[in-house]
Design a binder for this molecule. Structure first.
Ligand SMILES: C[S@@+](CC[C@H](N)C(=O)[O-])C[C@H]1O[C@@H](n2cnc3c(N)ncnc32)[C@H](O)[C@@H]1O
Length: 360
């Protein structure tokens, strides 16, 4: 685990020349290798090897049990050896640690499916997206300006992988953020960008004293309303359809304005504009609570890598101008909009930070 804010790994060369040329080949072939792993997973090759733990399996047994030709199996095994997903011990193929994570680690699975089902084809448009500041890759799904109004209409597989990706990270942090919010004794919470209503329902189920209003795009709010109705929480949770980029007026009943993984959907300029709109409407003694993923606050390198890679999804598919930010960018935006940070709490769930802010 890295020390808090230890970014020293990024301030120096970490590879020998020999390691560097291997790393460069992994990148040169990465889309091909990615699809090969997809085949190993889908065709049951990895799970077959998994049964034998450190013993591994003989090639004849693999031929017999995996429903691919001997040609395809041998080829995938050789690729898996080169990728160090598996290794050979006494002529037995053993699933290695990377193979184990590819098969069993939920974060890896969610990231993998998101890459395959949402991003893969679209990423051919990344260069255009970076040049134009538009989500050019979104054209593979339809004719939208941003992905947000399209979420409820994405093809089934893409929609499932998008929501699993989004929920995987925030769902695990809700229980850890909850006590910090409950301590503030809220009577009414606004959940900006409340999405399918997961936080609102979690909060309502754990604090009988609070009402919650979800503010989200009209296209998105229908999904939340259906979920709230199914959970029988209509008397506690209401919805307010709004485009927070164009709105000039907001309701002002809340004592907590909550945003989870929301501001990363916008450019720095847009973040300042949304925060300023909130500042203008919220009571002077209300509290702004931002739960966000910052790449510089990740305790593990896998976290920082996942966030910086996911940011390319924002460029290419989401809206062309947003990303997972460095925490200092949020501090600057909050300052510009007239807020100061009272509490800065790291390490919630899978790498979230909670910023509890007040009007200056
Ligand atoms: C990444 S999701 C946030 C999910 C949720 N808060 C969580 O923690 O899992 C972003 C949400 O912001 C909403 N959103 C995006 N642009 C918006 C806008 N201009 N106005 C209001 N909501 C917007 C999207 O519809 C989506 O529900």
């Amino acid at each position: 685990m890295r020390k808090k804010n230890d970014l020293s790994r990024y301030n120096r060369e970490i590879y020998s020349a020999l390691d560097a040329i291997t790393e460069a080949q992994k990148i040169a072939f990465s889309p091909i290798l990615f699809q090969a792993v997809q085949c190993m997973r889908n065709e049951g090759l990895l799970s077959y090897l998994d049964q034998f733990n450190q013993q591994g399996a003989k090639i004849e047994d693999i031929y017999h049990n995996v429903k691919l030709s001997t040609y395809a199996i041998q080829l995938l095994l050789d690729v898996a050896l080169s990728m160090h997903i598996i290794y050979l011990k006494d002529n037995h193929y053993v699933l290695g640690k990377v193979g184990h994570y590819l098969l069993h680690d939920e974060m890896t699975r969610v990231n993998f499916d998101f890459t395959q089902d949402v991003c893969y084809e679209a990423m051919l448009h990344l260069q255009d997206a970076l040049k134009t500041g538009k989500p050019s890759g979104l054209s593979v799904f339809g004719d939208w300006k941003t992905i947000y109004p399209a979420l409820s209409q994405l093809p089934e597989k893409a929609q499932k992988s998008w929501f699993e990706f989004d929920h995987f990270y925030s769902d695990r942090s809700f229980p850890l953020a909850f006590p910090h919010i409950k301590k503030l004794k809220p009577k009414h919470i606004y959940d900006l960008g409340g999405n399918t209503g997961k936080w609102a329902m979690y909060y309502a189920n754990h604090d009988p004293d609070a009402k919650i209003t979800i503010l989200d795009l009209p296209e998105q709010i229908k999904l939340a309303e259906d979920n709230i109705e199914q959970a029988g929480l209509q008397s506690r949770i209401s919805c307010y359809p709004v485009n927070l980029l164009t709105a000039t007026v907001l309701p002002n009943q809340a004592d907590i304005w909550w945003m989870s993984q929301f501001l990363d959907c916008f450019s720095e300029e847009q973040i300042v504009s949304i925060l300023s709109l909130i500042h203008q409407h919220m009571h002077d003694d209300a509290t702004l609570c931002i739960m966000e993923l910052f790449w510089d606050r990740q305790p593990f390198e896998a976290g920082a890598l996942s966030l910086n890679a996911s940011s390319l999804y924002f460029s290419c598919l989401a809206n062309g101008n947003s990303r997972f930010y460095h925490s200092k960018v949020f501090y600057q935006c909050l300052n510009k909009a007239g807020f100061h940070v009272e509490q800065d709490i790291d390490g919630l769930g899978f790498g979230h930070t909670l910023l509890i802010c007040k009007k200056r």
